[in-house]
Design a protein. Structure first.
Ligand code: PGA
Length: 295
């Protein structure tokens, strides 16, 4: 590429000299060394935004949020913000927090408020966790039963490190439930299928099972104390100003648009509603696929 006729060759050395000169002129460092690499400082990121380059939002999300919560929100956001680029990373809680702390993500989505002083979190949506079993589970028709009736069942748990798993373990311990056995299954999709086929019961975000509950593929198990009331949190680093593009996304998460879309994909009574149809004239949230999204 550098040999193409007319190409301007920018060597690493000349580029880094230019950055050093600019940093000196501005009186603030624009880059800093991290191990053997280099990254933008807060001032560097601000300079990038101010330079008018297309904004880029980097979001890191825990698995359930990345699978079920982010896609419809992003689709709507990117239809409003066609000049923005978004990159999504999905991982377990430890990965997600590390990405944020290492400045590899501007914002993160997680299921629990953060611990420690470096990260702040703000709840932006409810995240009820529901107990579910196979469609003909005998407790599916009971209104409010003692969770200990689920002793002896096989409980399907997500992998260690999952927030859903931790909440389930706490529910089991707090209620004196004695599972017949525990089966570790490292994916929400695999867990849903296994429960549907009668392999056991599970606790899972309602966001992940709204469609299956509405379609009767899974039964809601209304044990006392459930659904567990939790929230989805948007997390950010306390010590770094958010780039303008990330601020736009944060504002979108806080807006009523996010809350109203969410009612459609999560609430079992509404998720079979045909958005965009005569009876529900609201536009479907999944219309079209934005080009400015990288996973
Ligand atoms: P998980 O996270 O998908 O990793 O379980 C969700 C949560 O923390 O609620």
């Amino acid at each position: 590429m550098s040999g193409a006729p007319g190409a301007v060759v920018v060597t690493e050395r000349s580029e880094s000299a230019a950055v050093t000169a600019l940093s000196r002129e501005l009186g603030v460092p624009l880059t800093e060394r991290v191990g053997r690499g280099i990254r933008l400082t807060g001032a560097g990121r601000a300079a990038r935004e101010a330079a008018g380059r297309p904004g880029h939002v980097r979001v890191s999300a825990v698995t359930t949020a990345g699978e079920y919560v982010l896609p419809p929100i992003l689709a709507a956001f990117l239809r409003q913000q066609r000049d923005l680029q978004v990159t999504i990373e999905v991982g377990n809680r430890a990965d997600v927090l590390a990405k944020l702390l290492n400045e590899q993500a501007d914002l993160a989505l997680g299921g629990r408020p953060p611990v420690g002083a470096a990260i702040e979190g703000e709840p932006f949506l409810d995240n009820p966790l529901v107990l579910v079993g196979r469609p003909d589970h005998p407790l599916g028709s009971r209104r409010s039963f003692d969770p200990r009736l689920l002793s002896g069942e096989t409980w399907l748990l997500r992998e260690p490190g999952s927030g859903t798993r931790k909440a389930t373990e706490e529910l089991i311990a707090a209620n004196g439930v004695e599972p017949g056995s525990i089966m570790n299954v490292g994916s929400n999709g695999a867990i849903k299928r296994a429960v549907e086929l009668g392999l056991g019961v599970t606790m899972i975000s309602q966001d992940a099972v709204g469609e299956e509950l509405a379609a009767g593929q899974l039964a809601l198990l209304r044990a006392r104390g459930t659904p567990l009331r939790r929230s989805w949190y948007v997390l950010s680093r306390k010590d770094a100003p958010l780039p303008g593009s990330a601020q736009l996304f944060l504002a979108f998460l806080r807006s009523p648009a996010t809350a109203s879309m969410r009612a459609r994909w999560s609430d079992p009574s509404r998720s079979l509603g045909r958005a965009g149809s005569e009876s529900d004239p609201r536009p479907p949230f999944d219309a079209g696929s934005p080009a400015n999204l990288a996973w």
